[in-house]
Design a protein around this ligand. Structure first.
Ligand code: HEM
Length: 125
């Protein structure tokens, strides 16, 4: 019996990922970002509703450029998670499951997210 000496490469950094795989990884990352961001945003909302001083403190926090940048990033992550989520649900219904259509829907999801991200930028600034 001959032992097969096939090359094995499990280093994800050196494997060229297909667009659908990148889309899937980004969907997971955007879900985790949304989860943490939601906790902070809910805390800010409750502070702003608690008292006038709390409201003014939150307005001061939100006025900062870097906070705006973070908020824009969070809105972009949320937009991607929703668009990617809808793509996942469409695939769960049995559509766009083939390699080519899956890659195409991943690219469409990226495109829609870029547009939503630009709109989020207009909203924040
Ligand atoms: C507060 C809002 C949300 C949070 C914090 C959140 C968070 C997450 C997280 C952490 C995951 C797990 C990702 C993984 O393990 O791959 C996930 C998966 C998922 N989310 Fe969300 N999500 C939110 C809203 C939404 C919305 C609005 C949609 C609808 C489009 C959606 C659709 C999905 C789908 C379909 C999956 C499963 C993806 C898969 O099968 O790999 N999510 N979400």
């Amino acid at each position: 019996m001959t032992k097969k000496q096939r090359p094995v490469n499990l280093d994800l950094r050196t494997i060229r990922q297909p667009v659908a795989a990148i889309s899937s990884i980004l969907h997971r990352i955007s879900g985790v970002i949304t989860l943490f961001a939601l906790a902070i945003l809910l805390w800010l909302l409750s502070e702003s509703l608690a008292s006038e001083q709390g409201f003014n403190a939150v307005v001061d926090i939100m006025d900062g450029f870097f906070v705006g940048l973070i908020l824009w990033g969070v809105l972009t992550a949320l937009a991607y998670h929703i668009v990617g989520g809808i793509r996942h649900l469409i695939m769960d219904l049995g559509y766009c499951e083939e390699i080519e259509s899956g890659a195409k829907s991943a690219k469409i999801a990226f495109g829609v997210t870029i547009v939503l991200s630009l709109l989020a930028g207009v909203l924040v600034w």
